[in-house]
Design a protein around this ligand. Structure first.
Ligand SMILES: NC(=O)c1ccc[n+]([C@@H]2O[C@H](COP(=O)([O-])OP(=O)(O)OC[C@H]3O[C@@H](n4cnc5c(N)ncnc54)[C@H](OP(=O)(O)O)[C@@H]3O)[C@@H](O)[C@H]2O)c1
Length: 292
């Protein structure tokens, strides 16, 4: 299958950008990547992608990557410092959106998160994402914002040795989403104009609290769920000067406070509902639970 549209993916080597780039290619788009390290991008993604070397901070590289494309998908990641969240989630998004508007790009799509709103802007990350969304909307370029729930792909990131850390009192049910399902939805969004100028909530098919999801994942990965309080993680982070842990404590406090709101109905109607269950996703990675 081919079509004549070219989509630029910014962040295409990332955990959540790579599946989008791959799905766009499968769906027949010409896919261009803006990559700081083209060799790494080529190795990760394989052949069939047009790779432009560059950094989002380099206006000339950005304009060159955006020239002649029909759309651009942004999948950048900021943090752990406040300045870096602002840099990636706000300023880079603003710059890409403004350049896209000037160059007549047809649409900008971006991965945001479900807990992004005025009310929930209580962390550097959520504030920066909110400012990035606002900059995109006010740029005048057609857009689609994907406000996704927690990705199943993040579960392995909580594993340390033989345990998976459950940080804080995470009581909210979350619709865990597989990156493959999300990528299919992003690619589909480029195949209709009905998705333009919308915020779409991307929620997986089942809801589990973080503890429940970790328990399922732990059975496959052969690890044990190890609860740790947010205060303890913050103290450990401060004592060891570990900015990742300090940032994680702030992040998990945010998710302790805010559960999902927003409805996935419109996204599911326009793009097809995600179907991958957490057990199916685990099965693909591990074949079967370690304890079965
Ligand atoms: N975790 C979740 O459940 C969840 C849910 C909703 C939304 N999100 C959001 O999804 C976004 C993407 O996350 P991720 O895990 O896919 O991030 P990631 O794996 O760290 O990928 C980030 C990408 O950005 C690229 N990049 C970074 N700085 C750049 C620069 N200056 N110029 C050009 N490219 C640059 C990286 O390229 P290099 O290869 O050069 O490093 C990489 O391709 C984040 O904003 C996150 O908040 C996550």
């Amino acid at each position: 299958m081919t079509n004549n549209k070219t989509i630029l993916v910014v962040g295409g080597t990332g955990m959540l950008g790579k599946p989008v780039a791959q799905q766009l290619k499968v769906d027949g788009f010409n896919v261009r990547l803006l990559a700081r390290n083209p060799e790494k991008a080529q190795k990760l993604l394989g052949d069939g992608f047009e790779i432009i070397k560059g950094d989002v901070d380099d206006p000339a590289a950005l304009r060159s990557a955006l020239t002649g494309v029909d759309g651009v998908h942004i999948s950048l990641k900021g943090g752990p410092t406040e300045a870096d969240f602002d840099h990636m989630d706000h300023i880079a998004t603003r710059d890409i959106a403004q350049a896209a508007k000037e160059l007549g790009v047809g649409r900008v799509t971006i991965l945001s998160a479900y807990a992004v709103s005025e009310e929930k802007a209580d962390t550097p990350e959520s504030r920066s994402k909110l400012k990035g969304e606002a900059a995109l909307k006010s740029s005048g370029v057609p857009y689609t914002i994907f406000r996704a729930s927690w990705f199943m792909e993040t579960l392995p990131m909580f594993v340390q040795g033989k345990s998976i850390s459950l940080i804080g009192n995470q009581i909210h049910p979350l619709h865990w989403i597989a990156a493959e399902d999300y990528a299919r939805m992003v690619s589909k969004s480029y195949q209709t104009d009905e998705t333009l100028n919308k915020e779409l909530y991307i929620f997986g098919p089942e809801a589990f609290t973080m503890g429940e999801a970790m328990k399922i994942y732990a059975e496959y990965a052969g690890v044990k769920v190890a609860p740790i309080s947010i205060q303890m993680l913050a103290v450990l982070g401060a004592l060891t000067f570990n900015t990742e842990w300090k940032g994680m404590a702030v992040l998990m406090k945010h998710y302790e406070n805010w559960g999902e709101d927003g409805s996935p109905d419109e996204a599911n109607h326009l793009l097809g509902a995600p179907a991958t269950t957490l057990k199916e996703w685990c099965n693909k990675r591990y074949s079967q639970p370690v304890n079965s």
